[in-house]
Design a protein around this ligand. Structure first.
Ligand code: GLV
Ligand code: MN
Ligand code: MN
Length: 420
């Protein structure tokens, strides 16, 4: 068997661009929405179908499948020494409610096609390579995101989100049980293990690679994120008869709270990210004063000190903005900034250069499952360009050559790391 060093670029040759694209487009049909977008919520029937499709491709290749208690799905390519810690590569298969065809799913299919290329090249690896599809990375249906990787890594106990409900009132715990029952034919594995390394391929979701005419992002780390859920309770009243001075209007106090938060989050350097992306009002009627306003906060920063200081100030800022209503503030997600391992970064960069591709090191503004693997094993990510930097939108696009190039880089990186 040729060594990885002498056969360095070989697996890349076996990445079949047409097949890779076709698999992506087959997945994109599961949850297709107008404008070439995808809506495939975590643990939905469409998610079940997408997982079955992935499992069928894994079975054709002879990969061994398994699933853990959080529904994280694995496909294993065996190594020549099965006792060694495996290399782990993948991403997620759920999408945003109005998402694109690439966020998440490309990383899973890149890992599948990279493994297929290594096998096609006839190259054995010392270490096993496991392809992973993490459960609920987006958090669009059940907030927050990254539940599968947070439970896998021990960041949070696996039952943390059992009572989290979607808009229809369905519990995460029940929907997870439904998935696991539907996949009872898949061998169950223990939650969590220590991989040799973890690599996540993903679209950049920003404009830098495209603007620089570059092929590959070598991701250096991920900024920190904190999510909060705010509920403001007031009292319903008749919009025509109740004097303003006597109202407890939840919408008006919500507006005061958001205005105060905008002041707290002011940042002349424009590095800080602050988003109120979801608002619900009850009873949501034009001529009734709202007795409940609920909104989400997504706050991000690369500096842990700023993330901590301003994030910790959020509850008090909201409370001091209340005039007649009562606010409750609950933190639902807290991910510190993460730095990726130099060994993984170097391996990705070397693979790109060996393939004649142009890499650039850059940090990620989006969060990813990879940041929860950082405390567990050497971790890193491969980015490919996103057209116009657009993501979390149906117009999200990377070309057949761009996705195939990312998969080629992954195949070579996996081959080298799995031979260590
Ligand atoms: C991931 O989807 C994020 O919101 O960063
Ligand atoms: Mn993603
Ligand atoms: Mn996303």
């Amino acid at each position: 068997m040729p060594s990885a060093a002498t056969q360095a670029p070989v697996p890349a040759v076996h990445v079949d661009e047409a097949r890779h694209w076709d698999r992506l487009m087959q997945m994109a049909r599961l949850g297709a929405i107008p404008g070439e977008g995808v809506n495939r919520a975590a643990l939905s029937d469409l998610d079940h179908q997408a997982r079955r499709l992935l499992l069928s491709w894994g079975a054709e290749l002879g990969l061994a499948s398994s699933v853990d208690a959080l529904g994280n799905l694995f496909l294993r390519h065996e190594g020549t020494d099965p006792t060694l810690a495996p290399l782990l590569a993948g991403s997620h298969m759920d999408s945003q409610p109005k998402g694109g065809r690439f966020d998440g799913i490309w990383g899973v299919l890149a890992a599948l096609d990279a493994v297929q290329a290594i096998r096609k090249a006839g190259l054995a690896t010392r270490r096993a390579i496991e392809i992973v599809a993490w459960t609920n990375e987006e958090g669009g249906r059940f907030a927050p995101g990254c539940m599968g990787s947070m439970a896998f890594s021990g960041h949070s106990p696996p039952n943390t989100w059992d009572d989290t409900r979607d808009r229809e009132g369905l519990r995460f715990g029940d929907e997870l049980a439904r998935l696991l029952a539907a996949e009872s034919d898949i061998p169950r594995r223990k939650l969590g293990f220590t991989p040799f390394a973890y690599i996540e391929p993903h679209i950049e979701q920003g404009p830098l690679l495209e603007a620089g005419g570059l092929d590959i992002g070598v991701v250096t780390g991920i900024q920190g994120s904190r999510w909060f859920l705010v509920e403001i309770a007031g009292k319903t009243d008749h919009a025509g008869t109740a004097p303003l001075s006597l109202r407890q209007d939840a919408v008006q106090d919500m507006l005061r709270a958001i205005t105060a938060l905008n002041a707290l989050m002011a940042d002349p350097t424009d590095v800080l990210r602050f988003t109120v992306g979801r608002i619900e009002v009850e009873p949501n009627s034009s001529n009734t004063v709202a007795d409940l306003a609920r909104f989400s906060i997504d706050f991000r920063h690369p500096d842990a000190a700023i993330l901590t200081e301003r994030g910790d100030a959020i509850p008090a800022t909201i409370q001091s903005a209340m005039t007649t209503c009562r606010a409750t503030v609950r933190e639902t997600f807290h991910a510190l900034p993460a730095r990726f391992d130099p060994m993984v970064q170097d391996a990705v960069e070397a693979a790109a250069l060996d393939l004649g591709l142009k890499p650039r090191r850059l940090p990620s503004g989006a969060f990813h499952d990879a940041q929860f693997l950082v405390p567990v094993c050497p971790s890193g990510m491969i980015f490919i360009p996103s057209r116009n930097g657009i993501s979390h939108h149906p117009a999200e696009y990377s070309s057949p050559t761009q996705v195939a190039n990312g998969t080629r880089v992954l195949a070579l990186t996996l081959l080298r790391l799995a031979s260590m």
